[in-house]
Design a binder for this molecule. Structure first.
Ligand SMILES: [Zn+2]
Length: 68
């Protein structure tokens, strides 16, 4: 039986006990918790969004500067 490594927290996770799974680039990832999967999904969508567009964080920073 092979264990997988949770890409978010680095924990060793076995498919039987994994709390969540995700597939990216035809690879399956196992997570120790749904929170780790959530973080993983966030990373993925952030990478997809990159391409000249501003992130929500950048916009929030600008809004703060204006308020000053
Ligand atoms: Zn984890």
């Amino acid at each position: 039986m092979s264990n997988y490594t949770d890409p978010i927290c680095g924990m060793s996770v076995s498919p039987e006990t994994a709390q969540a799974t995700a597939v990216r680039n035809d690879e399956v990832y196992f997570f120790c918790s749904k929170r780790c999967k959530q973080l993983f999904s966030n990373q993925t969508s952030e990478n997809r969004r990159q391409g000249g567009k501003q992130t929500d964080k950048d916009l929030a920073k600008k809004a703060t500067k204006k308020a000053d």
